[in-house]
Design a protein around this ligand. Structure first.
Ligand SMILES: NC(=O)c1ccc[n+]([C@@H]2O[C@H](COP(=O)([O-])OP(=O)(O)OC[C@H]3O[C@@H](n4cnc5c(N)ncnc54)[C@H](OP(=O)(O)O)[C@@H]3O)[C@@H](O)[C@H]2O)c1
Length: 241
């Protein structure tokens, strides 16, 4: 009876994670969304009876705190903990800005969702004793966060977003080391979903939602203890840092 917790599930890749995972009735899913006031029609349509739709604005510490309490209310009585945590919510704002024109507020807003959010979701779920000792933490990064890849391509795009995904990569490395004391079997990885036709990826992207998520679920379910700290591509290969 595995428990999955996924952020940003009202659309895009998060929604597709729920759609595929909800097909197995043994899965308990905490499907979180920035606001319960959003249009959740598609999410409700794919949810299974064991899918719990909860609010979690990952840019807002009060909201993440409340989410941890809501999750505890559901999981503690059943003696359950989160086995798979997918920090999926992300933003790519002001993608036209370069290293020579970064807007302070735009960069701060992206840091809040793409870096601080995944840090605090882990911290508050841990604080509420909701993470299994061998929890798999899957932080959604981007190839744009790879320093080596960017240098190799000689192209630098979406500067603010790329900076925050590189920071998420380092956050994940630190989580993989620092969580070990409390969660001995923890595995923390980052994964690039590929270029997918979501609102963020745009219509010219090369992958359909289902292809990316099928690949990532294979990666997620094959993770072993020695894989902690790795940078994956949705196809299963490793990417350079
Ligand atoms: N698509 C790609 O080609 C691609 C490539 C590389 C990496 N990624 C990464 O994959 C992840 C999913 O991307 P996507 O393509 O599905 O993007 P998307 O279609 O833009 O969806 C983003 C999701 O994140 C949610 N979100 C944004 N800010 C949030 C907040 N403060 N609190 C809670 N949820 C929030 C959005 O909710 P709202 O509807 O409320 O805004 C939405 O559900 C992201 O981390 C992204 O960086 C995507």
């Amino acid at each position: 009876m595995p428990v999955y917790c996924i952020t940003g599930t009202n659309r895009g890749l998060g929604l597709e994670f729920v759609r595929q995972l909800a097909q197995d009735s043994a899965n308990t899913i905490l499907a979180t969304t920035r606001s319960l006031g959003s249009d959740l029609g598609e999410l409700r349509a794919v949810a299974s009876p064991s899918t719990h739709i909860l609010e979690c604005d990952t840019s807002n510490l009060t909201s993440i705190h409340q989410f941890a309490k809501d999750a505890a209310r559901i999981l503690h009585p059943a003696g359950q903990k989160v086995d798979f945590l997918l920090n999926n919510a992300g933003v790519n704002a002001a993608s036209w800005q370069t290293s020579l024109s970064l807007g302070p507020d735009d960069l701060a807003a992206q840091f809040s969702v793409n870096v601080l959010g995944p840090a605090k979701v882990v911290e508050f779920l841990l604080g509420a004793d909701l993470l299994a000792p061998d929890v798999r933490i899957f932080n959604m990064t981007s190839g744009l966060g790879s320093v080596q890849r960017t240098l190799g391509k000689g192209e630098a795009e979406c500067t603010g977003y790329a900076i925050t995904k590189a920071a998420l990569n380092m956050l994940s490395t630190h989580q993989s080391i620092q969580l070990k004391e409390k969660l001995p079997g923890v595995v923390v990885v980052v994964c690039d979903p590929g270029w997918v036709k979501t609102r963020m990826g745009g219509p010219n992207a090369i992958l359909e939602h289902h292809e990316s998520i099928e690949g990532m679920l294979k990666v997620l379910h094959s993770l072993k203890a020695e894989d902690t700290g790795r940078f994956y591509h949705y196809s299963g290969g490793n990417l350079p840092w």
